[in-house]
Design a protein around this ligand. Structure first.
Ligand SMILES: [Zn+2]
Length: 76
């Protein structure tokens, strides 16, 4: 088995890791329906459009939160 000739110092190892450590941007594309930026191959989070049709109804935060609170109050 080929082995490294010398041990790399902590400094060298850490500097290598610091250079290679990088967060890649998620591949983004624009939604053809609402023209907003969304990750590729995903349902548009703002309008729920995917592949030329409405795949998921867009969420309405106010109505959902109000309904959730009412249900919890009744249960407890
Ligand atoms: Zn959209």
């Amino acid at each position: 088995m080929p082995n490294p000739k010398r041990k790399h110092t902590r400094s060298r190892r850490d500097s290598r890791r610091s250079q290679n450590w990088r967060l890649d941007l998620v591949a983004a594309s624009t939604c053809p329906h609402c023209k907003s930026l969304r990750p590729g191959h995903t349902i548009c989070p703002s309008c729920g459009w995917y592949n030329g049709r409405l795949a998921l109804a867009p969420k309405k935060k106010k109505e959902e939160s109000a309904a959730g609170e009412g249900g919890q109050a009744q249960g407890s």
